[in-house]
Design a binder for this molecule. Structure first.
Ligand SMILES: Cc1cc2nc3c(=O)[nH]c(=O)nc-3n(C[C@H](O)[C@H](O)[C@H](O)COP(=O)(O)OP(=O)(O)OC[C@H]3O[C@@H](n4cnc5c(N)ncnc54)[C@H](O)[C@@H]3O)c2cc1C
Length: 426
């Protein structure tokens, strides 16, 4: 299939032909299926998007190939034997350029099932991952709490060992897909270490995989929706609506067989999962920014003022130049992070391609891509004048969509800390 010009950037040597084919196919599919998506009833729309992306075969890239059998074949290219960061990046960038909710629906299938991919037992992987790949089950990643966002060490949700089960008590908040997910990867405290983070940043989202004070004793569990003692305490509305909730666990029994990885290894597992998906957040930001530039180019060449087009003014040309440079800088860092992870040596992350830790590079990509995208989108909106702030315009929705990306999976400040600490520890 001939690649459209708008995907020319994928000619860079970070990618191989399978990534280019995947982008081209997803771009074509999106142009057909993601036009005029209704963002009002996000629960219904997200369920439909997950189902459609699964049926089309694209969700196979959210799980290792061994578990994508039975998902639609022949669409979306072949899935990788292990999670392939470049496939995730290509999918998120492409989807975000078309529709933010479609990107969200795709991304959460990967993030929400990531701990199962990395550390679930063979039985759990066989139960969960094929259903996620087919779009039959929706997954969620439940780490944050009301008093433990950036400060992961402050997690207070507990999991007590009682016979052949763990009993969960506590709350999680800001949980994407909360309320519509079928399975939740929940991080809770099984051992001591509570309250010893002491405000020095140890055990925060910048912690890397090394156990730090306050993070010892965290474990991860797979919890099915509908498990007695698990309820949705609150649905949360945000400026770019998507399913989001506060979860409550009250004496919620989870069989020991649903522990993900070893007891006490939950923090490392959370950080390994985020290492993979941070580069894909950068890719989503990149997709939003590319769409903003598309809109700015089209609008500035059509809008007449002072007897010329907006694009004829040097001020406009300079602004477009800044936008394009911001996008390319973000793209190079994003593609580098994904490529490094895919091509790294070693097998420290069993089941994951490459295995080289790319925490610093992923943090740089997320920091630069999300901050640059915010700037690019703001410039695009400014260029649209009044119609830029009109509710329902593309740039208005991009302006709302990009904002949370600078906060979740580690705020920009946290990414700076990750990079700085990594430099100092080298
Ligand atoms: C739309 C959305 C979706 C989300 N989805 C999920 C999800 O699916 N699963 C999940 O577990 N969580 C999710 N989150 C939670 C997200 O990861 C947290 O919001 C994030 O980690 C920040 O935590 P917080 O909101 O508690 O802010 P806080 O930790 O209170 O931080 C507030 C601000 O302080 C600043 N800051 C942080 N650390 C430092 C520092 N060391 N020095 C100086 N300043 C600092 C940053 O600007 C930060 O934004 C989501 C959040 C949003 C907004």
């Amino acid at each position: 299939m001939a690649r459209p010009d708008r995907l020319d950037h994928l000619a860079l040597p970070f990618f191989d032909d399978s990534h280019r084919a995947l982008a081209s196919e997803l771009d074509g599919w999106s142009a057909q299926h993601l036009v005029g998506i209704d963002h009002h009833d996000t629960d219904r729309t997200c369920r439909a998007l997950v189902r459609a992306l699964g049926e089309a075969g694209f969700l196979r890239h959210c799980v290792p190939a061994a578990y994508s059998q039975g998902a639609a074949d022949g669409r979306g290219g072949r899935a990788s034997a292990a999670l392939d960061s470049r496939a995730l990046v290509v999918c998120r960038e492409t989807l975000a350029r078309h529709d933010g909710l479609a990107d969200f629906a795709f991304a959460m299938q990967g993030l929400g099932s990531g701990p199962v991919t990395l550390a679930g037992s063979a039985a759990l992987q066989a139960e969960v991952l094929p259903r996620v790949a087919r779009g039959e089950w929706i997954s969620a990643f439940a780490l944050s709490e009301p008093d433990a966002g950036s400060d992961v060490a402050a997690i207070a949700c507990t999991a007590r060992e009682v016979g052949d089960a763990y009993v969960l008590d506590g709350e999680k908040t800001w949980i994407s897909n909360g309320g519509i997910a079928d399975v939740y990867c929940v991080f809770a405290r099984t051992g001591d270490g509570a309250g010893d983070s002491a405000g020095d940043g140890a055990g925060d989202l910048a912690g890397g995989s090394a156990p730090r004070r306050g993070t010892r004793g965290l474990s991860a569990f797979l919890v099915h929706a509908g498990t007695p003692g698990f309820e949705i305490a609150e649905r949360i509305q945000v400026i770019a609506p998507h399913p989001l909730a506060r979860l409550r666990f009250t004496g919620c029994r989870v069989p020991k067989s649903q522990l993900l990885g070893a007891p006490g290894e939950g923090f490392k597992l959370a950080m390994r999962t985020l290492d993979i998906f941070r580069a894909s957040v950068a890719a989503a930001a990149l997709g939003f920014a590319r769409r903003a530039l598309d809109e700015a180019l089209a609008y500035s060449q059509g809008r007449r003022m002072f007897g010329q087009h907006l694009a004829d003014f040097q001020l406009t040309q300079a602004t477009l130049g800044d936008m394009a440079a911001d996008i390319d800088a973000a793209a190079l860092l994003t593609y580098r992070a994904a490529w490094l992870r895919d091509s790294g040596a070693g097998d420290a992350n069993a089941g994951v391609k490459g295995g080289r830790r790319t925490t610093r590079e992923a943090a740089m990509a997320k920091l630069v891509a999300t901050e640059n995208a915010q700037r690019v989108i703001d410039r695009a909106l400014q260029m649209h004048g009044g119609s830029g702030v009109r509710v329902g315009s593309v740039v208005e929705s991009l302006y709302r969509e990009i904002r949370a990306l600078r906060i979740y999976e580690g705020a920009s400040e946290v990414q700076r800390l990750i990079i700085g600490r990594d430099l100092l520890s080298a």
